[in-house]
Design a protein around this ligand. Sequence first.
Ligand SMILES: *Cc1c(COP(=O)(O)O)cnc(C)c1O
Length: 355
Amino acid sequence: MQKHNFSAGPSILPRVAIEATAQAVLDFNDSGLSIMEVSHRGKDFDAVMNQAQALVKEILSVPDGYSVIFLGGGASMQFCMVPFNLLEKKAAYLNTGTWASKAMKEAKGFGETVEVASSKDANFSYIPKNYTVPPDADYFHITTNNTIFGTELKEDLKTEITLVADMSSDIFSRPVDVSRYGLIYAGAQKNLSCAGVTVVIVQNDILGKVSRHIPSMLDYRTHIDNGSMYNTPPVLPIYTALQTLKWVKANDGTAGMQKRNQAKATRLYDEIDRNKLFKGTAAKEDRSIMNVCFVMADDYRDLEDEFLKFAQSRGMVGIKGHRSVGGFRASIYNAMPIESVQALVDCMKEFETKQ
Ligand SMILES: *Cc1c(COP(=O)(O)O)cnc(C)c1O
């Protein structure tokens, strides 16, 4: 049976990226060796690293004065690396969910941390608006897509101070004006690659301004100066990332991704709103085009397990909602074809007629 992978992360990747990676694991560039066996400083891997960096710059139109680096440690490592490198006195955070809260928690160890607004009062079902960011903060941290709660900040905010964004679950899903941001980071395993690498895009001149000592491995400048090769980088996830980036470029880049993603999200949200058995959990204007969260409507709550089993029997994978929201979550990242979204919609329709 065909599987439709709606997992939140690690998650679906373009088939071509998986196949190219499988090939490189067996025989990298006709070298007779696996990519896992060769030096990261050899010319073949060096080309992979350079191409991956160049494609991130090209696809996101990264302006001059920014660096693209590939780091280990996951997006969670960035929760502490950001304040380590940028927080001198005060940092501002927008609290839009579990990941935002975790990022803020780490900052507290480095200086004064201001929560400018939070949507915790409504289980993070919306993005707060109308808040004031303290003008003397060293940076303002946002999470553009809240993977667990299915809300998304769809515009590039305009801020006077340095804007830092966790884009782990929506990077490359839409065009972004990188010049609005001082630093963008994204763990790879949602929209880019397998787990193990995090891409960081950083404006060079925001660095070097804090007075504390920064250990070499946690200092962005170390990785910029060494082309992400200060130590052995996560070679395989970087290779897969390159294959995904080539696929994004070949499919009209972020504009093409946005168009596809919007069509997919509309198809699914329309069915959630139409079908009497289901209801969405996120505020309509803040609905994510990457993670679609929904629950059984009040009158049909006892059907939750039954629908889950029914969907699984039709090949749906990974649609059980996160425990903090319950119900269902369909993650429809870049690589998810609209046919799979339609398969889920058909499943919802069929389940409704059975009631
Ligand atoms: C998944 C995720 C993280 C955590 O990523 P790790 O690589 O597991 O540390 C952080 N932020 C967001 C928005 C995520 O979706």
